[in-house]
Write a protein that binds this ligand. Structure first.
Ligand code: ADP
Ligand code: MG
Length: 479
């Protein structure tokens, strides 16, 4: 834990791979997982004389993002060369945007322990991805796979507005949800379609000036972001408290050792010798182009969340969880359309039992063996008292494993709730007769024995007796 005298400051740079069919400056395919270099066209491998041609779809997806965070869209933006040498970058420079990015300042809201907080987004710019070095399968050498070179990226840069690892993760999750709702990226973190650099610094509480930051590169899971930041914060505080100084540098997070390590001293913008790419003209966006994208925006997670609260009477917390994945929100709404049960009950089942079962089976909700129609009819049978609360979980498991309908399962397994008062009464009578001792205890003032009787009735009926009726009948007989 950190001592209260230190304040943590975090800004994130997130690289989102845009889901265009072809690369940002050529027609080569961007599909993931192909044989190495089969998608490395002449532009990807930087043959002399080739020229980049801007992919309109990449601009469209970037604008979609910009509009969804209320950002200023720069109708004139510039591509620049960012010069550095690396084996996976045969041109010797990356085409990016520097002074005039396509998306200017915007903002996003996150939920924190202290309520809603606004995180500023500084900018989002288009750039091309580099290739990959491949070390596996090469003896004392490395391979270079240029399939990824030229894949369009949107780099989203936040203001240094986050004050804890938890806030950074909340922001990152919100961003992840958003890009998937917008369908501008598949957000696949294992495949590197959504990766994050975390800039971390600390300062004494009350001090206005920021401390020196370290940048932790390429973290590819939410859990690692949290761990990497927490490790880095501890390291910086220990360093300063021991009389040392944080140096501005690029660090690498090692998830196996759970530590960050220095990679290189931080390069400054001037190290990259940015200059406008002479092969690409300024990108000019017409009003009509931007407006047509605005009209095509889907319902955003934030709007859907508010609608779930208004329309379905859910708590903001439940609405937030249900809308964090589009598929989950769709599933929930589909259940609601098919059931008479309260939306709150549907929400509890989707977030509770269903999510647990899906996690257990490592399945995404889109592949749920239990379709929304099945869950809806299960909820109907609970609402109309056909089945008791005690037995619902058993039916849920049976439903999970079979394609039978809820009603068939209830019938086949004889799981229908017993609501016939006469039947329950005769069971109660029998239990009271055979447990005379407990009856005497109850009459002697021991209220706790009541639960024993309820338990006996449930045991004898295999949990099928309607609990409300059992309680009523027992009270009538005993009091
Ligand atoms: P660069 O492009 O060199 O990485 P920027 O100044 O554009 O640097 O900042 C990159 C990121 O670092 C941004 O997300 C910003 O919010 C964050 N940042 C800047 N200064 C600090 C700081 N002192 N502590 C934490 N984050 C910072
Ligand atoms: Mg940076």
């Amino acid at each position: 834990m950190t001592t209260p005298t230190w304040e943590i400051v975090i800004g994130l740079e997130v690289h989102v791979q845009l889901q265009t069919k072809s690369k940002i400056f050529s027609g080569a395919s961007t599909a993931y997982g192909a044989e190495p270099n089969t998608q490395a066209c002449d532009v990807s491998i930087a043959l002399p004389g080739v020229l980049p041609v801007m992919n309109e779809e990449a601009a469209r997806l970037a604008i979609k993002f910009g509009l969804s965070i209320d950002a200023h869209i720069n109708q004139r933006s510039i591509f620049a060369r960012k010069n550095y040498f690396y084996p996976d970058l045969p041109k010797g420079y990356q085409i990016s945007q520097f002074e005039l990015p396509i998306v200017g300042a915007g903002k996003m809201e996150i939920e924190t322990e202290k309520g809603t907080k606004v995180i500023g987004i500084t900018r989002a710019h288009l750039e091309e991805d580099a290739g990959k070095s491949v070390h596996e399968g090469f003896h004392r050498s490395s391979g270079i796979d240029l399939n990824r070179a030229g894949t369009p990226l949107l780099e989203i840069v936040s203001e240094p507005d986050m004050r804890s690892a938890a806030e950074a993760v909340a922001y990152l999750r919100k961003l992840h949800t958003l890009v998937r709702y917008l369908e501008i990226s598949d957000g696949n973190m294992q495949e590197g379609s959504f990766r994050c650099d975390a800039n971390v610094s600390v300062r004494p509480k009350g001090q206005e000036a920021f401390g020196t930051r370290a940048e932790i590169k390429n973290i590819n899971s939410f859990r690692f972001v949290e761990k990497a930041i927490n490790f880095e914060v501890e390291r910086q505080i220990d360093l300063i408290e021991d009389g040392g100084e944080v140096v501005q540098e690029t660090r690498l997070y090692d998830s196996e050792k759970d530590e960050t390590r220095s990679m290189r001293s931080k390069e400054e913008a001037h190290d990259y010798r940015y200059f406008p790419d002479p092969d690409l003209p300024a990108m000019i966006l017409e009003d009509s182009f931007i407006e047509s994208i605005r009209r095509s925006l889907p319902e955003l997670p934030e709007q859907r969340k508010i609608r779930f609260v208004d329309e379905h009477g859910l708590s903001p917390m439940d609405a937030d969880k249900l809308t964090s994945e589009k598929e989950t929100a769709d599933y929930f709404e589909s259940v609601c359309e098919q059931t008479n049960a309260e939306p709150k009950m549907a929400a509890n089942w989707v977030l509770g039992e269903l999510t647990a079962a899906l996690n257990n089976a490592s399945l995404p909700i889109a592949d749920s063996p239990m379709r929304s129609a099945a869950l809806a009819s299960l909820l109907n049978r609970i609402s109309d008292n056909t089945i008791s609360g005690k037995i619902v979980k058993e039916i849920f498991s049976l439903l999970w494993e079979s394609h039978d309908s809820v009603d068939k399962i209830i019938q086949d397994k004889g799981l229908k709730q017993i609501t016939d008062s006469a039947e329950i009464e005769s069971i109660v009578d029998n239990i009271l007769k055979t447990n005379a001792d407990q009856v005497a205890q109850y009459e002697g003032g021991n209220q706790k024995v009541f639960g024993f009787f309820v338990g006996q009735v449930m045991k004898q009926t295999g949990g099928k007796a309607n609990p409300k009726q059992v309680n009523e009948i027992l009270r009538n007989k005993l009091d």
